[in-house]
Design a binder for this molecule. Sequence first.
Ligand code: ADP
Length: 413
Amino acid sequence: MKILVINCGSSSLKYQLIDMDGEKVLCKGNCERIGIPGGMITHKTADGYEIKVDCSFQNHTEAFTKLISMMTAGDGAVIENIAEIDAIGHRVAQGADKFPHSCLLTEQVIQQISDLSELAPLHNPAHIQGIRAAQKVFGADLPQACVFDTSFHHSMPPKAYMFAIPYEYYKKYNIRRYGFHGTSHRYVSKTCAKLMGKPIDQLRIITCHLGNGSSITAVDHGRSIDTTMGMSPTGGLMMGTRSGDLDPSVVTYIAEKTGEHGNEFLRVFNERSGLLGVSGISSDNRDIERAASLGNEQAQLAHDMLCYQIKKYIGGYIAAMGGLDALVFTGGIGENSDEVRGDVCANMEYLGIKIDEEKNKTKGDIVDLTAEGAAVKTFIICTNEELMIARDTKALVEVDAMMHTKKVAEPEA
Ligand code: ADP
């Protein structure tokens, strides 16, 4: 079965075609600057072919048409025609409390995703555009599935997802913690259990997804019981450009002082804060580490703040779960920064966490960092949200086919 995984933003469309027989990525790419001048497509195949072409896409439908031509013709071709694609899996950011699991696409599902746009104005409308464009280009009969960033956190108890504000705001406006990066936390926690050779329902795992956007999740016996991001992906840890959690008075006080309000004002916390805001240099962790090593004090402060916050959340989640069996680092920073991992794990022996300095310098998709004798296993596990989306899509399509066969067969029985 070949599955096309789609992650649609308002002006971008990332794709991967995965052959589920061996879970092999046949090709992947990105259509950038959709609907704005300067569009381009990057297309890579499994055997190393790579091309970057300027092309203008008026909309997502045109982007799909272009990526299909890349996949089916010329040196980047990996299939003969689109009939070889068995299903599409879409990443959807916000499923709120409506979608505890991934599901097959129906008109009702599209409506519900659209209704949730108020909670994810930057993401859900773009996903709908992608879904509609895919229906247009591939036909309404091709099965499509939606895999939500929020579903994995559906298992959080109210004491973890409620904010301590008047209850009526939860009832009236659905204000609560939803959490994000769920597909990544689910993938790496499952992989961690496999590596440990134990059922996930016997393990307490903390998964640290650290990238431009970052979140940490307490996975207690296979279920997310708490996570750092909140109602939106701005909450929790400081990130590349996002502030993370703040005292609400900071927000109102800045508004009062600067006279800024509304969406423009929110950009302060989403686009001008985090590593960028504190360092004044860059949102990119590599730039921060480089500048700090050259003596830049604000860069050093940004690094120290990040590691301190991660450490505090780890400590809190160990307390919440009553112990820890494994700690996982993933995301661009988690997978690549030995400095962040080293500083986060320093002086944690009393909690059972100790990483081996030499192993911490190793690169790889999966690295066991655990120092000899440490009670808690620590791993780097490269995340693979696309594969998780493809696996969910395959499972949903197969169950649906089975039920359909049963329904068809029933009258004869
Ligand atoms: P996104 O959240 O956009 O998917 P990524 O998961 O790709 O982001 O993470 C990007 C972050 O990872 C950047 O801050 C980048 O500096 C950091 N990063 C990537 N490689 C390294 C490295 N070798 N050392 C330190 N940080 C790195």
